[in-house]
Design a protein around this ligand. Structure first.
Ligand SMILES: CCCC(=O)SCCNC(=O)CCNC(=O)[C@H](O)C(C)(C)COP(=O)(O)OP(=O)(O)OC[C@H]1O[C@@H](n2cnc3c(N)ncnc32)[C@H](O)[C@@H]1OP(=O)(O)O
Length: 309
Protein backbone atom coordinates (compact mmCIF):
# COMPACT_ATOMS: atom_id res chain seq x y z
CA UNK A 1 0.00 0.00 0.00
CA UNK A 2 1.47 3.40 -1.03
CA UNK A 3 1.82 6.25 1.47
CA UNK A 4 -1.00 8.11 -0.33
CA UNK A 5 -3.33 5.11 -0.04
CA UNK A 6 -2.57 4.80 3.68
CA UNK A 7 -3.38 8.52 4.04
CA UNK A 8 -6.58 7.95 2.06
CA UNK A 9 -7.52 5.07 4.38
CA UNK A 10 -6.74 7.06 7.54
CA UNK A 11 -8.70 10.07 6.26
CA UNK A 12 -11.70 7.91 5.48
CA UNK A 13 -11.42 6.24 8.89
CA UNK A 14 -11.33 9.62 10.64
CA UNK A 15 -14.29 10.74 8.58
CA UNK A 16 -16.28 7.89 10.04
CA UNK A 17 -14.79 8.49 13.51
CA UNK A 18 -16.71 6.56 16.12
CA UNK A 19 -19.50 6.29 13.57
CA UNK A 20 -18.15 2.97 12.37
CA UNK A 21 -20.91 2.21 9.89
CA UNK A 22 -19.85 4.88 7.45
CA UNK A 23 -16.20 3.83 7.73
CA UNK A 24 -17.20 0.21 7.09
CA UNK A 25 -19.35 1.28 4.14
CA UNK A 26 -16.44 3.14 2.58
CA UNK A 27 -14.16 0.19 3.34
CA UNK A 28 -16.52 -2.03 1.40
CA UNK A 29 -16.42 0.58 -1.39
CA UNK A 30 -12.57 0.43 -1.62
CA UNK A 31 -12.38 3.45 0.71
CA UNK A 32 -14.33 5.62 -1.67
CA UNK A 33 -11.89 5.10 -4.55
CA UNK A 34 -12.46 2.88 -7.59
CA UNK A 35 -8.80 2.32 -8.48
CA UNK A 36 -5.77 1.60 -6.30
CA UNK A 37 -2.35 0.05 -6.81
CA UNK A 38 -4.13 -3.31 -7.14
CA UNK A 39 -5.39 -2.00 -10.50
CA UNK A 40 -1.93 -0.72 -11.50
CA UNK A 41 -2.93 2.82 -10.54
CA UNK A 42 -0.15 4.92 -9.04
CA UNK A 43 -1.74 8.17 -7.92
CA UNK A 44 1.54 10.06 -7.36
CA UNK A 45 2.78 9.24 -10.84
CA UNK A 46 -0.31 10.61 -12.61
CA UNK A 47 -0.48 13.63 -10.30
CA UNK A 48 3.00 14.59 -11.45
CA UNK A 49 2.05 14.19 -15.10
CA UNK A 50 -1.09 16.28 -14.65
CA UNK A 51 0.78 19.05 -12.84
CA UNK A 52 2.82 19.51 -16.04
CA UNK A 53 -0.33 21.06 -17.61
CA UNK A 54 -1.03 24.12 -15.44
CA UNK A 55 -3.69 26.81 -15.69
CA UNK A 56 -6.88 27.78 -13.91
CA UNK A 57 -7.92 26.65 -10.44
CA UNK A 58 -10.66 25.00 -8.43
CA UNK A 59 -11.89 27.26 -5.64
CA UNK A 60 -13.65 26.03 -2.52
CA UNK A 61 -15.65 28.29 -0.22
CA UNK A 62 -17.13 26.74 2.90
CA UNK A 63 -19.80 28.65 4.82
CA UNK A 64 -20.83 28.44 8.47
CA UNK A 65 -24.30 27.46 7.30
CA UNK A 66 -22.88 24.07 6.21
CA UNK A 67 -23.07 24.99 2.53
CA UNK A 68 -19.96 24.94 0.31
CA UNK A 69 -19.44 26.33 -3.18
CA UNK A 70 -16.89 24.73 -5.50
CA UNK A 71 -15.98 26.87 -8.53
CA UNK A 72 -14.30 25.64 -11.71
CA UNK A 73 -12.22 28.63 -12.63
CA UNK A 74 -10.52 28.98 -16.00
CA UNK A 75 -12.70 31.52 -17.86
CA UNK A 76 -10.21 32.17 -20.69
CA UNK A 77 -10.71 28.51 -21.72
CA UNK A 78 -14.43 28.32 -20.90
CA UNK A 79 -13.48 26.57 -17.62
CA UNK A 80 -11.83 23.61 -19.35
CA UNK A 81 -9.99 21.26 -16.97
CA UNK A 82 -6.22 21.71 -17.12
CA UNK A 83 -4.07 18.95 -15.55
CA UNK A 84 -3.37 21.03 -12.43
CA UNK A 85 -7.14 21.66 -12.03
CA UNK A 86 -7.71 17.88 -11.95
CA UNK A 87 -5.19 17.69 -9.09
CA UNK A 88 -6.82 20.73 -7.42
CA UNK A 89 -10.23 19.07 -7.62
CA UNK A 90 -8.92 15.94 -5.89
CA UNK A 91 -7.52 18.12 -3.10
CA UNK A 92 -10.77 20.06 -2.69
CA UNK A 93 -12.71 16.77 -2.48
CA UNK A 94 -10.30 15.62 0.27
CA UNK A 95 -11.04 18.86 2.15
CA UNK A 96 -14.78 18.28 1.82
CA UNK A 97 -14.44 14.68 3.04
CA UNK A 98 -12.94 16.03 6.25
CA UNK A 99 -15.55 18.81 6.73
CA UNK A 100 -17.65 17.57 9.63
CA UNK A 101 -20.15 20.47 9.46
CA UNK A 102 -20.91 20.03 5.74
CA UNK A 103 -24.54 19.59 4.61
CA UNK A 104 -24.68 20.87 1.03
CA UNK A 105 -22.42 21.55 -1.93
CA UNK A 106 -22.94 23.60 -5.08
CA UNK A 107 -20.57 22.97 -8.01
CA UNK A 108 -20.49 25.87 -10.50
CA UNK A 109 -18.31 27.33 -13.24
CA UNK A 110 -16.83 30.82 -13.14
CA UNK A 111 -18.09 33.70 -15.31
CA UNK A 112 -21.46 32.31 -16.30
CA UNK A 113 -20.47 29.04 -17.94
CA UNK A 114 -20.06 25.58 -16.39
CA UNK A 115 -17.13 23.70 -17.97
CA UNK A 116 -15.99 22.84 -21.51
CA UNK A 117 -14.43 19.49 -20.53
CA UNK A 118 -10.77 18.51 -20.69
CA UNK A 119 -8.31 21.18 -21.70
CA UNK A 120 -7.71 20.17 -25.29
CA UNK A 121 -4.08 21.32 -25.05
CA UNK A 122 -3.46 18.70 -22.34
CA UNK A 123 -5.50 16.11 -24.26
CA UNK A 124 -3.33 16.66 -27.36
CA UNK A 125 -0.17 16.10 -25.31
CA UNK A 126 -1.51 12.96 -23.59
CA UNK A 127 -2.76 11.04 -26.59
CA UNK A 128 -1.03 7.74 -25.78
CA UNK A 129 -3.55 5.23 -24.40
CA UNK A 130 -1.61 4.60 -21.17
CA UNK A 131 -1.63 8.28 -20.17
CA UNK A 132 -5.27 8.59 -21.22
CA UNK A 133 -6.22 5.63 -19.01
CA UNK A 134 -4.30 7.01 -16.04
CA UNK A 135 -6.01 10.40 -16.37
CA UNK A 136 -9.33 8.59 -16.68
CA UNK A 137 -8.69 6.52 -13.50
CA UNK A 138 -7.62 9.64 -11.61
CA UNK A 139 -10.79 11.51 -12.57
CA UNK A 140 -13.03 8.50 -11.94
CA UNK A 141 -11.61 8.20 -8.41
CA UNK A 142 -12.10 11.90 -7.73
CA UNK A 143 -15.62 12.13 -9.16
CA UNK A 144 -16.69 8.94 -7.37
CA UNK A 145 -15.50 10.45 -4.10
CA UNK A 146 -17.32 13.69 -4.98
CA UNK A 147 -20.59 11.82 -5.50
CA UNK A 148 -20.06 9.88 -2.25
CA UNK A 149 -19.51 12.97 -0.09
CA UNK A 150 -21.79 12.88 2.95
CA UNK A 151 -23.61 16.05 1.83
CA UNK A 152 -26.26 16.85 -0.75
CA UNK A 153 -24.64 18.13 -3.94
CA UNK A 154 -25.96 20.19 -6.82
CA UNK A 155 -24.39 21.10 -10.18
CA UNK A 156 -25.44 24.63 -11.08
CA UNK A 157 -25.29 24.65 -14.89
CA UNK A 158 -25.03 28.03 -16.59
CA UNK A 159 -23.80 28.35 -20.17
CA UNK A 160 -22.28 25.10 -21.40
CA UNK A 161 -21.35 21.80 -19.77
CA UNK A 162 -19.48 19.92 -22.51
CA UNK A 163 -17.62 16.60 -22.59
CA UNK A 164 -15.95 16.11 -19.22
CA UNK A 165 -18.01 19.09 -17.99
CA UNK A 166 -21.21 17.14 -18.73
CA UNK A 167 -19.67 14.16 -16.91
CA UNK A 168 -18.93 16.34 -13.89
CA UNK A 169 -22.60 17.32 -13.61
CA UNK A 170 -23.48 13.62 -13.18
CA UNK A 171 -21.16 13.39 -10.15
CA UNK A 172 -23.61 15.58 -8.21
CA UNK A 173 -26.88 14.43 -6.66
CA UNK A 174 -28.90 17.05 -8.58
CA UNK A 175 -28.54 19.32 -11.61
CA UNK A 176 -30.14 22.77 -11.73
CA UNK A 177 -30.02 24.52 -15.10
CA UNK A 178 -30.15 28.24 -15.89
CA UNK A 179 -32.33 29.29 -18.86
CA UNK A 180 -30.33 28.95 -22.09
CA UNK A 181 -27.82 26.50 -20.65
CA UNK A 182 -26.80 23.26 -22.36
CA UNK A 183 -25.44 19.90 -21.20
CA UNK A 184 -23.82 18.01 -24.09
CA UNK A 185 -21.84 14.80 -24.08
CA UNK A 186 -19.78 15.79 -27.14
CA UNK A 187 -17.46 12.79 -26.81
CA UNK A 188 -18.65 11.09 -30.00
CA UNK A 189 -17.68 14.17 -32.00
CA UNK A 190 -14.20 13.85 -30.46
CA UNK A 191 -13.95 10.14 -31.37
CA UNK A 192 -14.35 9.27 -27.68
CA UNK A 193 -16.75 7.93 -25.10
CA UNK A 194 -17.03 9.35 -21.58
CA UNK A 195 -14.12 8.21 -19.41
CA UNK A 196 -14.65 10.07 -16.13
CA UNK A 197 -17.50 7.76 -15.11
CA UNK A 198 -20.10 9.91 -16.88
CA UNK A 199 -21.68 7.11 -18.92
CA UNK A 200 -22.15 4.77 -15.95
CA UNK A 201 -23.69 7.56 -13.87
CA UNK A 202 -25.83 8.89 -16.76
CA UNK A 203 -27.45 5.46 -17.23
CA UNK A 204 -28.42 5.48 -13.55
CA UNK A 205 -29.87 8.99 -13.82
CA UNK A 206 -31.84 8.88 -17.10
CA UNK A 207 -31.97 5.14 -17.92
CA UNK A 208 -30.10 3.27 -20.62
CA UNK A 209 -32.39 4.27 -23.54
CA UNK A 210 -32.02 7.98 -22.89
CA UNK A 211 -28.29 7.62 -22.16
CA UNK A 212 -27.81 5.85 -25.48
CA UNK A 213 -29.58 8.69 -27.27
CA UNK A 214 -27.62 11.42 -25.49
CA UNK A 215 -24.23 9.76 -26.08
CA UNK A 216 -24.97 8.28 -29.51
CA UNK A 217 -26.38 11.55 -30.86
CA UNK A 218 -24.13 13.90 -28.85
CA UNK A 219 -27.46 15.62 -28.19
CA UNK A 220 -27.55 19.23 -26.98
CA UNK A 221 -29.67 18.90 -23.86
CA UNK A 222 -31.47 22.16 -23.11
CA UNK A 223 -33.31 22.71 -19.80
CA UNK A 224 -36.65 21.58 -21.23
CA UNK A 225 -35.30 18.24 -22.47
CA UNK A 226 -33.27 17.81 -19.29
CA UNK A 227 -36.42 18.19 -17.17
CA UNK A 228 -38.34 15.82 -19.41
CA UNK A 229 -35.81 12.97 -19.12
CA UNK A 230 -34.95 13.59 -15.46
CA UNK A 231 -31.43 14.87 -16.04
CA UNK A 232 -32.24 18.22 -14.41
CA UNK A 233 -34.32 18.79 -11.31
CA UNK A 234 -35.31 22.38 -12.02
CA UNK A 235 -34.79 25.34 -14.32
CA UNK A 236 -33.70 28.35 -12.29
CA UNK A 237 -36.21 30.88 -13.61
CA UNK A 238 -36.85 34.22 -12.05
CA UNK A 239 -35.02 37.30 -13.24
CA UNK A 240 -34.76 39.77 -10.39
CA UNK A 241 -34.85 37.10 -7.67
CA UNK A 242 -31.11 37.02 -7.10
CA UNK A 243 -28.17 35.50 -8.94
CA UNK A 244 -28.33 31.93 -10.22
CA UNK A 245 -26.06 30.95 -7.30
CA UNK A 246 -28.45 32.53 -4.79
CA UNK A 247 -31.36 30.73 -6.44
CA UNK A 248 -29.47 27.44 -6.29
CA UNK A 249 -28.69 28.06 -2.61
CA UNK A 250 -32.38 28.69 -1.94
CA UNK A 251 -33.34 25.51 -3.75
CA UNK A 252 -30.80 23.45 -1.82
CA UNK A 253 -31.65 25.01 1.57
CA UNK A 254 -34.95 23.12 1.64
CA UNK A 255 -33.00 19.84 1.76
CA UNK A 256 -30.14 20.94 4.01
CA UNK A 257 -32.28 22.52 6.74
CA UNK A 258 -31.50 20.79 10.05
CA UNK A 259 -28.51 19.47 11.96
CA UNK A 260 -25.48 18.28 9.96
CA UNK A 261 -25.42 14.71 11.41
CA UNK A 262 -29.04 14.16 10.30
CA UNK A 263 -28.52 15.57 6.77
CA UNK A 264 -25.35 13.51 6.43
CA UNK A 265 -27.23 10.40 7.60
CA UNK A 266 -29.92 11.06 4.95
CA UNK A 267 -27.25 11.19 2.23
CA UNK A 268 -25.60 8.02 3.56
CA UNK A 269 -28.75 5.89 3.50
CA UNK A 270 -29.66 7.09 0.01
CA UNK A 271 -26.11 6.52 -1.23
CA UNK A 272 -25.98 2.98 0.14
CA UNK A 273 -29.42 2.30 -1.39
CA UNK A 274 -28.15 3.61 -4.72
CA UNK A 275 -24.86 1.71 -4.74
CA UNK A 276 -25.21 -1.50 -2.71
CA UNK A 277 -27.13 -4.75 -3.14
CA UNK A 278 -30.36 -4.65 -1.09
CA UNK A 279 -29.23 -6.74 1.91
CA UNK A 280 -26.05 -4.75 2.29
CA UNK A 281 -27.94 -1.47 1.87
CA UNK A 282 -30.38 -2.58 4.58
CA UNK A 283 -27.53 -3.40 6.97
CA UNK A 284 -25.91 -0.01 6.28
CA UNK A 285 -29.25 1.70 6.84
CA UNK A 286 -29.53 -0.07 10.21
CA UNK A 287 -26.02 1.10 11.16
CA UNK A 288 -26.69 4.71 10.09
CA UNK A 289 -30.02 4.62 11.96
CA UNK A 290 -28.02 3.60 15.03
CA UNK A 291 -25.93 6.74 14.67
CA UNK A 292 -28.90 9.14 14.84
CA UNK A 293 -31.18 7.15 17.18
CA UNK A 294 -30.97 8.75 20.63
CA UNK A 295 -28.74 11.49 19.22
CA UNK A 296 -29.17 15.19 20.12
CA UNK A 297 -31.60 15.98 17.26
CA UNK A 298 -33.71 12.90 18.04
CA UNK A 299 -33.83 13.67 21.80
CA UNK A 300 -34.74 17.29 21.15
CA UNK A 301 -37.55 16.30 18.78
CA UNK A 302 -38.92 13.81 21.33
CA UNK A 303 -38.77 16.38 24.13
CA UNK A 304 -40.61 19.00 22.08
CA UNK A 305 -43.42 16.53 21.28
CA UNK A 306 -43.37 17.80 17.69
CA UNK A 307 -46.47 17.31 15.52
CA UNK A 308 -46.14 16.90 11.78
CA UNK A 309 -49.36 18.56 10.68
C1 LIG B 1 -12.99 12.55 -21.06
C2 LIG B 1 -13.09 14.02 -21.31
C3 LIG B 1 -13.52 14.34 -22.73
C4 LIG B 1 -13.50 15.83 -23.04
O1 LIG B 1 -13.88 16.62 -22.23
S1 LIG B 1 -12.91 16.30 -24.56
C5 LIG B 1 -13.17 18.06 -24.61
C6 LIG B 1 -14.58 18.38 -25.02
N1 LIG B 1 -14.77 19.79 -25.15
C7 LIG B 1 -14.63 20.46 -26.30
O2 LIG B 1 -14.30 19.87 -27.32
C8 LIG B 1 -14.90 21.94 -26.26
C9 LIG B 1 -14.27 22.65 -27.44
N2 LIG B 1 -14.64 24.04 -27.41
C10 LIG B 1 -15.73 24.53 -28.00
O3 LIG B 1 -16.53 23.81 -28.56
C11 LIG B 1 -15.95 26.02 -27.93
O4 LIG B 1 -14.74 26.64 -27.54
C12 LIG B 1 -17.06 26.41 -26.91
C13 LIG B 1 -16.83 25.83 -25.52
C14 LIG B 1 -18.42 25.95 -27.47
C15 LIG B 1 -17.09 27.97 -26.77
O5 LIG B 1 -17.21 28.54 -28.03
P1 LIG B 1 -17.09 30.14 -28.17
O6 LIG B 1 -18.08 30.77 -27.25
O7 LIG B 1 -17.16 30.45 -29.61
O8 LIG B 1 -15.67 30.51 -27.58
P2 LIG B 1 -14.23 30.09 -28.15
O9 LIG B 1 -14.31 28.85 -28.94
O10 LIG B 1 -13.61 31.27 -28.75
O11 LIG B 1 -13.49 29.72 -26.76
C16 LIG B 1 -12.89 30.68 -25.92
C17 LIG B 1 -11.50 30.18 -25.64
O12 LIG B 1 -11.62 28.99 -24.85
C18 LIG B 1 -10.84 27.96 -25.42
N3 LIG B 1 -11.44 26.67 -25.11
C19 LIG B 1 -12.73 26.36 -25.06
N4 LIG B 1 -12.89 25.07 -24.73
C20 LIG B 1 -11.64 24.58 -24.54
C21 LIG B 1 -11.15 23.31 -24.18
N5 LIG B 1 -11.98 22.28 -23.90
N6 LIG B 1 -9.82 23.17 -24.08
C22 LIG B 1 -8.99 24.18 -24.32
N7 LIG B 1 -9.40 25.41 -24.68
C23 LIG B 1 -10.71 25.60 -24.78
C24 LIG B 1 -10.86 28.28 -26.92
O13 LIG B 1 -9.80 27.63 -27.57
C25 LIG B 1 -10.72 29.78 -26.89
O14 LIG B 1 -9.38 30.10 -26.64
P3 LIG B 1 -8.65 31.24 -27.51
O15 LIG B 1 -9.41 32.50 -27.22
O16 LIG B 1 -8.77 30.82 -28.94
O17 LIG B 1 -7.25 31.25 -26.99
Amino acid sequence: MSARMVLCAVRQHLLGGSRGAWARFLQRQSRGCVYSSVHGFQQEEIREKLQAFPGGSIELLTQESGLAVLTINYPSRMNAFSGSMMVDLEERVSQLEGWTDGKGLIVQGASGTFCSGSDLNAVRALTNPQDGMKMCMFMQNTLTRLLRLPMISVALVEGRALGGGAELTTACDFRLMAPGSVIQFVHKHMGLVPGWGGAARLVRIVGSQNALKLLGGAVKVDPELALQIGLAEEVLQGEGTGTPLQRAENWLSVYTKGPAPVIQAVKKVVLSGRELPLSEALRTEKDVFGMVWGGPANMQALASKSKHR
